[in-house]
Design a protein around this ligand. Sequence first.
Ligand code: FE2
Ligand code: FE2
Length: 301
Amino acid sequence: MPSHFVFVTDSHHHAAAAEDFGAPKMLTRSHEIHRAMVPAINTCNADFIVHGGDVVCGGGSFEMPYDIYLQTIDEAKKAFDGLHAPTYYVPGNHDCDAQEGSFEAFARQFPIPETLDIVEAAPRLRLALANVYPVSPLEDSLGTWTEAHDRILREAAAKAYSDRCALILFIHPWVFPQYEAQADFVPGGIVGNAEQLIETVKNLPAAIAIFTGHRHINRIRTYRDFLVVDTACLIGFPLGFREVWLTEDGYFKTRFRTLDLPDLMQASFDRSPVKTNQIWQGEVHDRDTEILIPRLKALWE
Ligand SMILES: [Fe+2]
Ligand SMILES: [Fe+2]
């Protein structure tokens, strides 16, 4: 029953980037990052891997030409095929193409859920993989938690609970606020209808954690008796992914593993003020910590 997995997110591959784009992203060096990522993740010897979205740089902002988008998907697919453990994907707002906002070409290479897929990833552990883009990310980059997501999650969690299985929700955008809106500062990155999602998860004792990417920030919050785990990007500082263990006595343990690319790490770090880098990296316990999840203990012990 103990489980060991890797969560990697926001790898933002670009086959032919002419510039790095907004810090901490280092798009011109994404080939190097792919090459370093594969052995680093394989060394973990995890039971399975989940990618939290933004595998590529389609969608808004990057204006990726369609032929480069297709090439980028092929290259990313080749890199991720080098991973030894079963790998699951949730789509991010940059995984669609930049012209039509369609996930079709991406989905041909990377299996992604239609709405919410439930997979049996390990003994007594199920994953709920969300696609929150019923409309194109070009129109709504944050996506929406819809009635359909809510219904599928409630049914799956009820079934998981009766089978004494834990359920983890994986969704690309954030679900939990960081700062309040103040003056002209409007905090972003949160999925539409997040309040409903949290309210639903509150009432589902099989749901032990929610994993997100998108904001490129390491942060872990305990809310009531479950966790919200936000993970920084692979495409720039702090340049890593999360290794996670769940133990039979209900503990969640995590280590943030950085890629062994010191020059690239420094180049990304140097693009931002220290305070900004600190936010992306998170505090020590946003990266490496051990927390008891009461729901997991109740299910597994
Ligand atoms: Fe991203
Ligand atoms: Fe994103």
